[in-house]
Design a protein around this ligand. Structure first.
Ligand code: FAD
Length: 279
């Protein structure tokens, strides 16, 4: 059972609670990207089992009129166990997405997985035209070049600042440099694409920049934010007519995800302390 303080960030432990969350968010005009919690398996069994669960979820979403899709993690689908394990599991989820008309996102993890993830995404995105999206991280120095490669690939690109501590030799480590890279990458996407741009950020400056760039270049975009983070803003943007997707994790492996959210921001830690103290 998920304690109430964690349920701000996690949509329950079961598909049923996750679907309840989707329904409630949809009523506020916010669409939902479901992520089954799980990562870094050292056995192919759990990776295949998570892929099976995604196949079921995608089918169940397809059988409803809910505005929902899924996002998988490479290490959850077995990238640590071998490229083929990941590719095979990823393909199964994307095939199910294609069959049931449900979009499939792929998260991006640390830099050692970038090449394999990009290759797997590109192959599937070209085969299942328009049904797959990939996250790219502005903090990685390589990302501008990766965007040159991805810009004509069908599907969507989610630009995020990057959540992994990477070495300075391959990544911008100063926040101002990451922000500058984010702005440049975003502008590049708006110049080069007509649609399929996802702004994966809670940063009001980046959300405003996307609106300005869309007005300037005419490309369609969506904003993506995490469950439990700036939800008022998610609803406000949706009410203004912006396409808003909320990334909502669910499942029984919720503790490490919740702990990360608490550690990354002082405000979230205070929220947890207040909840524990009952004030
Ligand atoms: P920041 O500069 O960190 O924050 C800007 C402002 O946003 C803050 O001042 C605050 O007001 C608000 N804010 C930001 N975070 C929080 C928070 N946790 N709690 C409360 N307020 C907050 N990273 C990856 O490396 N790979 C992925 O696949 C990936 N997928 C993501 C998917 C989505 C939908 C989102 C939103 C993020 C994803 N990330 C991913 C994380 C991302 O890389 C950043 O670490 C994270 O979004 C924080 O950066 P920011 O752009 O929100 O801006």
């Amino acid at each position: 059972m998920i304690p109430p303080i964690a349920s701000r960030f996690v949509a329950g432990e079961t598909p049923a609670t996750a679907f309840d969350h989707v329904r409630a968010a949809n009523e506020d005009g916010v669409k939902v990207i479901l992520n089954l919690l799980g990562e870094h398996y050292d056995d192919p069994g759990p990776a295949a089992s998570d892929a099976d669960t995604y196949v079921d979820i995608v089918r169940d979403i397809g059988n409803t009129d809910l505005d929902a899709c899924v996002s998988v993690k490479p290490s959850q689908l077995g990238i640590d166990l071998g490229d083929d394990v990941f590719r095979e599991n990823f393909r199964r989820v994307v095939e199910a997405g294609d069959e049931h008309g449900v979009f499939v996102w792929c998260d991006m993890e640390d830099h050692e997985t970038t090449d394999v993830t990009l290759d797997a995404f590109e192959a599937l995105a070209r085969e299942f035209e328009g049904g797959v999206g990939l996250c790219v991280q502005a903090n990685l120095r390589r990302t501008r070049e990766d965007l040159d490669r991805l810009v004509d690939v069908p599907g969507k690109i989610r630009l995020v600042k990057g959540a992994y501590d990477e070495p300075a030799s391959i990544a911008y480590t100063d926040k101002a440099d990451v922000n500058e890279a984010y702005r440049e990458d975003l502008e590049f996407l708006f110049k080069e694409r007509d649609d399929g741009i996802a702004v994966g950020s809670h940063d009001p400056k980046m959300v405003s920049l996307a609106a300005e760039l869309s007005a300037e270049y005419g490309a369609d975009y969506e904003v993506q934010m995490l469950m439990g983070v700036r939800e008022d803003e998610q609803r406000r943007l949706a009410a203004e007519g912006v396409e808003v997707w909320q990334y909502a994790p669910y499942g029984d492996k919720w503790f490490s995800y919740f702990y990360r959210r608490i550690r990354e921001r002082k405000e979230n830690a205070l929220f947890a302390l207040r909840a524990i103290a009952g004030v």
